[in-house]
Design a protein around this ligand. Structure first.
Ligand SMILES: [Zn+2]
Length: 114
């Protein structure tokens, strides 16, 4: 997944179609292996076509701020899909929540002298 993501990032400038193919492949491999992508990484891939959303080449980013509604709208230039990321004060990602950690295992270095 990491390798495919890096390949997608490299290709997003020159060949967005290839970047989309690598991004989709990384997503589908993550589904098959039941691995979760970090939300910060997952949000850089387009939901529909899988291209890496680079603000310079492959994405339009619109920052909307109003009294009650604040969001960042990211529009993919390849497929036209747009996604809004709402910015609310009380919102917290599940991975940042301490209850998302089921068990914590600490490994101590084995003592060689005995
Ligand atoms: Zn797209």
């Amino acid at each position: 997944m990491n390798y495919l993501y890096q390949a997608s990032a490299l290709m997003s400038d020159t060949c967005p179609q290839l970047s989309a193919a690598y991004g989709k492949l990384a997503k589908s491999i993550g589904k098959k292996a039941v691995l979760r992508m970090e939300p910060a990484i997952k949000r850089t891939l387009c939901v529909r076509c899988g291209v890496l959303l680079n603000p310079v080449t492959t994405a339009d980013i619109h920052d909307f701020r109003h009294k009650q509604l604040c969001y960042v709208q990211v529009t993919c230039k390849l497929c036209g899909y747009s996604k809004r990321f709402y910015n609310s004060k009380n919102h917290q990602l599940w991975l940042d929540n301490p209850s998302s950690v089921v068990e914590r295992i600490e490994f101590e270095p084995s003592s060689s002298s005995s």
